[in-house]
Ligand binder design. Structure first.
Ligand code: FES
Ligand SMILES: [Fe+2]
Length: 340
């Protein structure tokens, strides 16, 4: 079955996508990046702000990611034209009177930073804040980076794994029966929350049950279909794992995990958070490894859905309603050579 957005190599929803580690781009730094098939030049100006420009210089096509930062502008390495963060050329050495031609402009895309990552919005105007852990809202969060990985299938397929309740028994051997109830936050975010209580048929279940007042906490909150946050843990201590994924060449997925917890005051709070984040990383790694063989060879096609697969169908339905990124439009037709 073919969808409008879900599991397509050529389409993705408009939204925030993880681009780079924030630490990889110091002040005055420049990076070349192919994000979702689009060539970008990212740079951090001397004011500390990051800009993302379409990569190829409107003069002669040099990659602006080879250029140099000049204050808050990016200068092309080839003939030194300077581009502002909004993509406008403000200095064109060699042009008559140094005045840039009106067509000397490249596209600029919204950029933000969150959880130590640089995110780029795949459309002209960002309509929402960067993905966040809903339970923490805009509270200060403490975080550390977990693993970087590549999977051999589409990011949407990796993402739905988190709400495939049955596979927690078959692949991850967990003695739980999860039922994921959807709740929609906005048109770009849907969350699934488990509604079943901790089973007390095993010793582990009996030990942890007193720490869960109601249902066994396991929530998955999706942003734009390729980024999600998992929340789990006893009532007094929730762990959060952010999965930031994006489609890469060859039908693959590139991903990062970020471990997140609420900020705790003082040195003691800082030290406690280091331990909690390390524990969260162990949990994340356990789940990430279990599915490796599945992702290596799956040709996803939900031809025979069961009642237990309803959350997956609900996720697909949610994703299908989102706006397709304008980056996915077909390439422009050929044009006449420009006159000098
Ligand atoms: S190609 Fe960029 S200034 Fe000439
Ligand atoms: Fe899994």
């Amino acid at each position: 079955m073919s969808y409008r957005i879900f599991n397509r190599p050529d389409r993705f929803a408009e939204g925030w996508y993880w681009a780079l580690d924030a630490a990889a781009l110091a002040r005055g730094g420049v990076a070349k990046l192919n994000l979702l098939g689009r060539d970008l030049a990212l740079y951090r100006g001397e004011d500390g702000k990051v800009a993302a420009l379409d990569a190829f210089c409107p003069h002669m096509g040099a990659h602006l990611g080879e250029g140099n930062v000049d204050g808050c502008r990016l200068r092309c390495l080839f003939h030194d034209w300077a581009y502002e963060p909004d993509g406008r050329c403000s200095d064109a050495p060699g042009a008559a009177g140094g005045v840039p031609p009106s067509s000397a402009r490249t596209s600029s895309w919204p950029v933000t930073e969150a959880y130590g990552l640089i995110w780029v919005w795949t459309g002209p105007e960002a309509r929402r804040p960067a993905p966040f852990v809903p339970e923490l809202g805009d509270e200060d969060a403490d975080w550390s980076h977990g693993s970087s990985f590549v999977k051999d299938c589409h990011p949407n397929v990796v993402m739905i794994n988190a709400i495939d309740a049955h596979h927690f028994n078959t692949v991850h051997h967990l003695p739980v029966k999860l039922e994921m109830e959807p709740r929609t936050r906005n048109e770009n975010n849907i969350e699934f929350a488990n509604t079943t209580t901790v089973p007390t048929t095993s010793l582990l279940g009996r030990l942890i049950a007193p720490f869960y007042h109601d249902a066994l906490t396991y929530w998955m909150s999706y942003w734009y279909g390729s980024t999600g946050t998992v929340t789990l843990g006893p009532d007094f201590l929730h762990f959060h794992i952010l999965f930031a994924l994006r489609a890469a060449e060859g039908g693959k997925t590139e991903g990062r995990t970020v471990l997140v917890t609420r900020k705790r005051a003082g040195l003691h709070g800082w030290a406690l958070n280091r331990v909690l984040l390390a524990l969260t990383n162990l949990v994340g790694s356990y789940f990430a490894h279990g599915d490796t063989k599945i992702f290596r060879s799956i040709k996803f096609d939900l031809k025979t859905p069961l009642a237990a697969d309803r959350p997956i169908l609900r996720f697909i339905e949610h994703l299908e309603k989102q706006a397709v990124s304008p980056w996915c439009r077909p390439v422009e037709p050929a044009r006449e050579p420009a006159e000098a």
